[in-house]
Design a protein around this ligand. Structure first.
Ligand code: GLA
Length: 391
């Protein structure tokens, strides 16, 4: 659906007015490599998708905020002086959480607005549909208020909305990627300092294929928090080797060889090993991409998945089956799970001549082995949050 059609639906929903609505868009994201690294202070390499969330906004005179969507049934109506007083457990908590964080930072939403969302990202697939809603709301409301639109600050306040209002303890990667993506580029983000650079993602005759396992992501929040606690436990123990340690990802793989005996609990040691090696793989991936060595990048993707499966233990049978089947296709250079894990999506780098075979064969074999129907998106890298021209 294009912006014009979504605007038409907005008018059907909220009616005509002399004031023209404005239209904003934020993408979803796929993480290319660097999984479970953001809250460990290291490097990640996500990229914005070509699909995301479109937001149509129009000011109202009566101090009421109305929220509706083309694809989710719940709606909300809130007076501006009651923002954040109620949590509903529905998608509208994301924009409301952003409004709360805007107010905390000195940008209160003091006017009424009609806000209408159109989401193209499958929910719960690990492609950051929630970060996309948060970031497009922050960007849209700052724009409507005539404020500066600093996309790093928007990422931070969106993450704060998710941590504080929605109650999910995520890191910064998703919101950052959605806010700061750039067409045909990945984002190399240092999660401790938030320094970042755009790395050209030119894959020539190779395509990114995202595979949705359609496995519901059970227990993701509790397991995610458990992994964070295990990383904190590893960090505490490793401070006996290196007192000034702030984050696990500060340790190099060779330092880890010297320090690892301090981690007597095998599970905690495995978690730390994943983090330290995955962080190094991100930097190696940037080198490989810069040298146009896609074979090497694919190899690193494979190692990343194996480590998430065996050491960090955030994969699941469905993700593993899809990755195994993906790797059987001759034109696949690499395949891995992407995002938090426990369900959600895989990402593979596949030669364009083999994409059709990939989608058919991986789809058939995945269904035969799991009883679930996978879905595949062949997609390029899109822009970060932006205002779409409104005519
Ligand atoms: C989820 C979180 C991110 C990040 C990834 C794992 O997507 O929201 O902050 O931790 O998991 O890399």
């Amino acid at each position: 659906m294009d912006a014009q059609q979504i605007k038409q639906m907005f008018i059907q929903k909220f009616g005509e007015s002399a004031v023209a609505p404005r239209v904003f868009h934020a993408p979803g994201r796929v993480n290319l490599i660097g999984e479970h690294i953001d809250y460990n202070g290291g490097y990640v390499l996500p990229a914005a998708l070509e699909f995301g969330t479109t937001l149509v906004v129009r000011e109202r005179e009566d101090g009421v905020i109305r929220l509706a969507s083309t694809n989710l049934p719940e709606e909300a109506q809130i007076k501006v002086d009651e923002i954040g007083l109620n949590k509903t457990g529905q998608w509208t908590d994301y924009p409301v959480g952003v409004m709360v964080e805007l107010a905390r930072r000195g940008y209160p939403v003091s006017k009424g607005y009609d806000l209408f969302y159109h989401g193209e990202i499958p929910n719960g697939a690990g492609l950051s549909s929630s970060a996309s809603i948060e970031v497009v709301t922050g960007y849209g409301l700052l724009s409507m208020g005539g404020y500066d639109r600093d996309t790093v600050q928007i990422a931070l306040l969106s993450q704060a909305a998710e941590n504080n209002f929605v109650g999910v303890n995520c890191g910064i990667m998703d919101q950052f990627a959605v806010a700061n993506g750039k067409k045909d580029h990945a984002i190399l983000l240092m999660c401790d300092t938030l320094e970042y650079k755009h790395v050209p993602f030119q894959t020539g005759s190779y395509k990114l294929v995202i595979g949705n396992t359609n496995k519901r992501r059970g227990l993701v929040d509790s397991k995610y928090n458990e992994r964070r606690e295990q990383c904190t436990a590893a960090l505490d123990r490793l401070r006996s080797c290196k007192a000034d340690l702030n984050y696990l990802a500060e340790i190099t793989p060779s330092q880890f060889e010297d320090y690892k005996s301090a981690l007597t609990d095998e599970t905690v040691r495995n978690r730390a090993q994943h983090v330290i090696e995955e962080n190094a793989r991100v930097l190696a991936s940037v080198e490989a991409l810069t040298a146009n060595d896609l074979q090497e990048f694919g190899r690193l993707m494979n190692l990343s998945h194996d480590s998430l499966r065996d050491l960090y233990e955030v994969s699941c049978a469905e993700l593993d089956v899809m990755v195994e089947e993906a790797r059987k296709i001759p034109g696949t250079l690499g395949a891995r799970m992407t995002g938090a894990g426990f369900g959600g999506c895989t990402v593979s780098l596949v030669h364009e001549d083999d994409v059709e075979t990939f989608v058919r064969q991986v789809g058939e074999n995945y269904e035969a082995r799991t009883g679930l129907k996978g879905e595949f998106y062949v997609c390029g890298v899109g822009e970060g949050v932006e205002e779409l021209s409104s005519n």
